[in-house]
Write a protein that binds this ligand. Structure first.
Ligand SMILES: Cc1cc2nc3c(=O)[nH]c(=O)nc-3n(C[C@H](O)[C@H](O)[C@H](O)COP(=O)(O)OP(=O)(O)OC[C@H]3O[C@@H](n4cnc5c(N)ncnc54)[C@H](O)[C@@H]3O)c2cc1C
Length: 307
């Protein structure tokens, strides 16, 4: 398994049950991927997640090598020589860049990194007075809710499209609003202002015309703030994936798999979780890991007899 997130761990458990020897390679120092680095602690705590992984490891007997990112062509070739099948449960990586002027200023942070830092520091984290969160997905809602709960006086959730077009679940939006977050729709960020530190965001108002988002001329305005959180999707793991021969990616850089077996374009590789579905939930990652284990079992028993 490459990646000890929900997808990799669930695939490891299932294959261990079927009698295979399983090794998991994990880039970070602890398991569980975004379940421990992303999911808000009012939903599940680090201790609960890590205790569950300990239980699973003891119960099923797979090994996990921590601090072991698989990043080079040589590592990939070594794994291919050593293992009969490889599962890619690598998730979708850090927050994607917006390519906006001022994005590299201090006090501009990706939402995934912001939430991860809160989780790792057990919320011993100073949040400034005014926070602007850019985005309309569940991660944006989490970052905004957390900022408000941690004492920011003003938290603005700014989304370039309308409320109806947001990707976030309505209950996640309601949670953020309940925590005191203010929302701003049809506001597209144009530039993050400031010299060393971010001091504000320049927006332009947008409208939808014939299905196309257009900027309204003369509608620019500035929202002053002390922290900008970019919740604008996650970058994909393209640099690792391009090292693997025959692996097909779709237009959104998700790994293309057979929807039943989760086998990729390279028959030795299987994949599941966010890397395949583009970013869903823990339960989807766990389900796809299980399906892939079945696919791996089928592939190995057809190719070389029962384990
Ligand atoms: C802020 C935020 C909040 C969320 N809240 C919820 C929630 O409330 N409920 C819910 O169900 N879901 C939530 N999710 C989504 C959920 O966490 C993910 O869908 C799920 O964790 C995906 O599992 P995965 O195993 O595919 O990937 P990940 O959890 O991303 O795990 C991938 C693992 O692979 C490792 N890895 C990556 N590249 C390499 C490499 N080259 N070599 C070795 N290891 C590597 C990573 O370090 C990581 O441990 C949230 C996500 C975010 C970002």
């Amino acid at each position: 398994m490459i990646g000890a997130g929900p997808a990799g761990i669930s695939c490891a458990c299932e294959l261990s049950t079927l009698g295979y020897a399983v090794d998991v390679y994990e880039a970070k120092e602890r398991p569980s991927g975004l379940a421990v680095h992303g999911t808000a602690p009012y939903k599940i705590t680090n201790e609960e997640v890590l205790a569950e992984i300990d239980y699973l490891k003891n119960q099923f007997g797979f090994s996990i090598a921590y601090n072991t990112p698989i990043a080079t062509e040589q590592q990939i070739r070594d794994l291919e020589a050593r293992y009969d099948a490889i599962f890619l449960g690598v998730g979708i990586g850090p927050t994607a860049s917006l390519h906006l002027k001022g994005e590299d200023l201090d006090n501009v942070i990706g939402a995934v990194e912001f939430v991860e830092s809160l989780r790792m520091n057990k919320h011993r984290h100073l949040v400034p007075r005014t926070v602007v969160v850019l985005g309309g997905g569940n991660t944006a809602m989490d970052a905004a809710s957390e900022s408000a709960r941690m004492g920011a006086e003003q938290v603005y959730l700014a989304y370039r499209r309308s409320k109806e077009e947001m990707g976030a679940y309505p209950f996640e939006y309601d949670l953020a609003i309940g925590a005191g977050v203010k929302s701003l729709f049809n506001a597209a960020p144009k530039e993050i202002l400031g010299t060393d530190k971010a001091t504000g965001v320049r927006f332009v108002k947008t409208t939808l015309e014939n299905g196309k988002l257009v900027e309204a001329p003369g509608s620019e305005f500035v929202l002053e703030c002390d922290l900008v959180i970019r919740a604008t999707g996650q970058a994909k793991m393209a640099s690792l994936l391009q090292l693997i021969e025959g692996l097909a990616l779709d237009a959104f850089k998700r790994i293309v798999v057979n929807q039943t077996t989760y086998q990729t374009g390279n028959p030795k590789y299987f994949a599941g979780g966010d890397a395949v579905n583009g970013g869903a939930e823990v339960v989807n990652g766990a389900f796809e890991g299980k399906q892939a284990a079945s696919g791996i079992h089928q592939y190995l028993t057809q190719n070389s007899g029962t384990p």
